[in-house]
Design a protein around this ligand. Structure first.
Ligand code: ZN
Length: 250
């Protein structure tokens, strides 16, 4: 089991070893009999964790910001399309750009928690996990004036202590069902769009990144280039796009 952040870099590339759905399985396995005891309950929890929601809706999510170098350009494209999304923020990034975090919330986007530091939770102690998530959640709530409701763990990997802390903080963990793989070698906006569209059923949660802080150079620009075509395609298919909070997860 990898333990150091250095060995995990680049973060997005490492994450390819776990799809959102596979990670959901791990998370539920660690959640104990409270979730796994009854099959209907387990299936509902699995779908919710994988971000599978309303069939007529796509949840659009961005991780790793807010980043003054890139996030404003994502906000601009979303505003042009009159689309709101969920931004899973890192506390470490919010401390550097609190005004931008507030701007995201003021624009009507949902703010979610991605942790304080971008670290692999199963390698952290229960106490460190609790401190990290609590600190990030309180910071994001203070800066944005909004209480976050959703949590996405770094690398899409949960742990028992993370699940317990999230529950105490009133956060629902949500992974994803489609991602752009902007970090892949040779990725282009067209390849990101193709990758996303291959999984773009109604009800899916889409993962992109509004910051390159954990990614190879150029990755966020590639992702940015795919946003407008993705939104255009959703409109053509008659699928509404919005934040996780409006995705019908239950
Ligand atoms: Zn991340």
């Amino acid at each position: 089991m990898p333990a150091s952040p250095t060995r995990l870099r680049p973060a997005w590339r490492h994450a390819v070893t776990l799809t959102g759905v596979a990670a959901a399985g791990i998370a539920i396995a660690q959640a104990g009999p409270g979730i796994t005891g009854l099959r209907p309950v387990r299936m509902r929890a699995f779908r919710r964790l994988a971000g599978q929601g309303d069939p007529g809706h796509v949840a659009l999510t961005f991780d790793d910001g807010p980043d003054p170098a890139s996030t404003p350009q994502f906000l601009k494209v979303l505003a042009e399309h009159e689309v709101r999304a969920t931004f899973f923020m890192l506390g470490s990034m919010v401390t550097r750009a609190p005004g931008l975090a507030a701007e995201i919330a003021a624009a009507g986007h949902e703010v979610g928690v991605h942790g304080f530091d971008h670290r692999y939770l199963p390698a952290r102690t229960p106490q460190a996990t609790r401190c990290d998530l609590t600190r990030a959640t309180e910071l994001i709530a203070t800066v944005t004036g909004t209480k976050p409701r959703h949590f996405r763990p770094p690398y899409g990997v949960l742990s028992g202590p993370a699940l317990l802390t999230a529950r105490e903080l009133g956060l629902t963990p949500v992974l994803w069902g489609a991602w752009g793989k902007e970090w892949a070698t040779g990725a282009t906006p067209a390849s990101v769009l193709r990758t996303l569209l291959s999984d773009l059923d109604g009800g899916v949660t889409v993962l992109l990144h509004d910051s390159g802080c954990t990614a190879p150079p150029g990755a966020w620009q590639v992702g940015l280039g795919a946003v407008a075509p993705l939104l255009d395609e959703c409109e053509r298919r008659g699928i509404a796009v919005g934040p996780v909070s409006e995705h019908g997860l239950h």
